[in-house]
Each structure stands twice: as structure tokens, then as C-alpha cells.
Ligand binder design. Structure first.
Ligand code: ADP
Ligand code: MG
Length: 353
């Protein structure tokens, strides 16, 4: 099924950059069982959309929930955004020392998750990729309009890798003072988990949280069924939600996508992806157009999607197949522009279209 199902109505047509997923309602003839409170905003250079389903929520409580989520995300951005000069990550990156640097528990948690994935993916996922991301113009620096020299690549490879940072109980230690980190491929997923946890702690059970396309779900939607999520067809220059590749249904699971078609640049006449292969110091160069991963947490789904994107179609699929409790959909762009898809063995149980 490549087009939007006739049975499916959008309730939120989410427009964003770098996003491949959007939420859908269910069949129009189904009865609405529960009240729904939906709100949205901006964070981390993208948007967020949240839906809480349950008994009707008072107007005052609604505004308090929205304020708590917004404040949480503001504080989160002040830890994780490399675009905010005074953020914890920016200060950490500027701190050119090989002494242990005290860091917050939140930063440490995401760094450790990133390092674990780095080891598991053989270095395909690497949070120390920041200098390469900056060179290609996908970071906080404007970037170059040329390809790097062999010497430049060699220099980066000295500053990247799974063991170039050492995590302590409350500190991180750089083994080279110039090491800098980029958590963009994992922080949105973590933030979705954290916001969902915040709402669970407030007593809500049916929750949908989406930040920049990375989604965490708990419980059911207003029809009393699992949350329905559309996966975009990875076409260049087509807005999210216009063409769907599939619809999936989830509860108590996270889902995230990586793609080659929303965030890219032209350098010396070549289209380059924002996903970097840290093992070679170059943007990925294969026919994998998008990867969608479903996992128990959104932080894991988010990081795994990038891992598979770097590993490429064959290695990525077999690596994901062996990864416990995670399923994926890989969409390959053929030379004639058509798409071919592959799924891990358990992905189809989530597909409804
Ligand atoms: P996508 O939705 O395509 O995964 P994300 O924003 O989640 O996009 O992650 C891509 C970002 O992650 C890049 O812009 C870059 O900052 C960073 N990044 C690129 N390559 C890697 C990599 N191999 N490992 C970790 N982070 C990466
Ligand atoms: Mg990601």
C-alpha cells in the first residue's frame, strides 16, 4: 500500500523537517470513546505534538500540563542543543581539557546510550561525529562547500570513535581535548521518552508524544485502540503526510525514522546526506532512502534508525534482525526512482496497511 488509505483520516497533519512519521486517526465510522487533549509547540529546531486521552481534562489543568511540557523541553534544549551557545553540550564541547568534566545526569544518560550503540554498531553510530557534521554543514557551523582532503579525514578519525570519551559516575573525560559531541541523532528520541514519562507521572495512561518525528506511545487513542502512525514515502520535495508508504499501529512502543531526503545539501554537484559514516568520515552513499525502527523506547528506536542508515541496506537489515526487541522497515530508492522495501521478520505485525 503506497497511498493514504481511504479508511484513514488525518487528525494532525504534521509538517516538519526531517520527519517521516505522522499520527492518524482510525476509521471514520468508529465511535469516539474518550476525550482527547492535543497540544503542540516548538523545540530543538523542530516541532512537537502531544496527545493525551482519557477523562476530560479541565481547562486550567490543560494549561498547566502544556506549561510543564514546554518548560521541560526548554530545559532539555539548554542541555542538549549544540545551537545554544550556553547549553551544557556547547560548554562541554568548548572545554578543551583531558581532565574529567562534571556533567548532568541527563547528559550522561544519553551519552552512555550513544556509546553503547557505538560499540554495538561497530562505530556506525558515533556521538563524537560533531567535527565531520560541522564540516559538511549539518551542525552549528556553516560548513564547507567542498569535499575534505585525505589529511582532514585522517585528522577527524583521530578525534572520533567509541572509546575517545570515558564516562564516569558524574563526569565525562575526553582523551583528546578537541573531542566534541553531537547528540542530534538520539536526543529527540530521548526527549520523547522523557516527556511521555513526565505525563505518566502526572497520572495519564494514554499518551502520544512526537518530537521532530520521533514518537513514543503509551496506552490507546481516543477510539480505545492502539495509536495509528503513518510512515512517509521517502520522496524528495514532498511534504510529510502527502504520500504514505504504510500505516502502523503501536502501544507502549517508540518509533523513529532516519531518511536521506529531508535534510541534505548539494556539494560540488553531489547531493550529500546529513547522516555521516564515522568509520570513513564521509556522508553515507547508498540507496537506502529511509529506515523506520520500532523499539521499546524511543531513544533506542531513534539511535537504531541512524545505525541502520549508516550500515546500509544489507548489513543494516541483518544487524537489526539480530538486535533484540527491535523491528525495522528499510526503503530503498531504485535508479528509476521507484521504491523497494525490506522488513525485519517482526515488523509486519505492526503494519495495518
Ligand atoms: P534522522 O531523522 O535522519 O535520523 P536525526 O536528526 O535524528 O535525523 O539525526 C541526524 C543527525 O545526527 C545529523 O544531522 C548529525 O547531527 C548526527 N549524525 C550524523 N551521522 C551520525 C552518526 N553516524 N552517528 C551519530 N550521529 C550522527
Ligand atoms: Mg534520529
Amino acid at each position: 500500500m503506497n497511498k493514504q488509505s481511504k479508511k484513514t483520516n488525518f487528525i494532525v497533519s504534521l509538517m516538519w523537517f526531517g520527519i517521516l512519521l505522522l499520527i492518524l486517526t482510525s476509521c471514520s465510522d468508529e465511535a469516539i470513546l474518550h476525550d482527547e487533549f492535543a497540544f503542540s509547540g516548538s523545540t530543538m529546531g523542530t516541532t512537537y505534538h502531544i496527545i493525551i486521552v482519557g477523562d476530560s481534562i479541565e481547562v486550567l489543568q490543560r494549561s498547566s500540563i502544556a506549561t510543564q511540557v514546554d518548560s521541560f523541553l526548554l530545559a532539555y534544549n539548554h542541555i542538549f542543543s549544540t545551537y545554544v551557545d550556553k547549553s551544557e553540550i556547547s560548554r562541554f564541547n568548548r572545554n578543551q581539557t583531558i581532565e574529567p568534566i562534571p556533567v548532568s545526569a541527563k547528559l550522561l544518560h544519553v551519552v552512555i546510550a550513544g556509546q553503547e550503540l557505538c560499540v554495538k554498531s561497530g562505530g556506525a553510530f558515533d556521538i563524537t561525529v560533531m567535527p565531520i557534521v560541522n564540516f559538511f554543514g549539518f551542525g552549528f557551523e556553516p560548513g564547507e562547500n567542498r569535499f575534505p582532503t585525505v589529511d582532514e579525514i585522517d585528522a577527524w578519525l583521530q578525534l572520533t570513535g567509541c572509546d575517545i570519551l570515558e564516562a564516569g559516575d558524574t563526569t565525562l573525560t575526553k582523551s583528546d581535548p578537541r573531542v566534541s559531541i553531537d547528540l542530534s541523532a538520539i536526543a529527540k528520541g530521548d526527549a520523547s521518552d522523557e516527556v511521555a514519562n513526565l505525563l505518566l507521572a502526572l497520572g495519564f495512561k494514554n499518551i502520544f508524544v512526537e518530537i521532530g518525528g520521533e514518537i513514543m506511545t503509551h496506552g490507546v487513542n481516543k477510539f480505545g485502540e492502539s495509536w495509528r502512525i503513518g510512515i512517509d514515502r521517502p520522496s524528495f520535495d514532498i511534504a510529510s503526510g502527502v504520500e504514505l508508504q504504510h500505516v502502523i499501529q503501536l502501544n507502549n512502543m517508540g518509533v523513529a525514522s532516519s531518511g536521506d531526503y529531508r535534510n541534505y545539501r548539494e556539494v560540488e554537484g553531489r547531493r550529500i546526506s546529513h547522516t555521516i559514516d564515522p568509520r570513513t568520515g564521509s556522508p553515507i552513499d547508498h540507496h537506502l532512502a529511509s529506515v523506520t525502527v520500532i523499539a521499546k523506547t524511543c531513544i533506542l528506536a531513534d539511535a537504531l534508525a541512524t545505525c541502520v542508515m549508516v550500515l546500509g541496506p544489507e548489513e543494516g537489515l541483518s544487524w537489526l534482525e539480530d538486535y533484540p526487541q527491535a523491528e525495522g522497515l528499510l526503503i530503498i530508492r531504485e535508479k528509476d526512482g521507484s521504491f523497494k522495501e525490506f522488513t525485519s521478520s517482526g515488523f509486519r505485525q505492526y503494519m495495518i496497511d
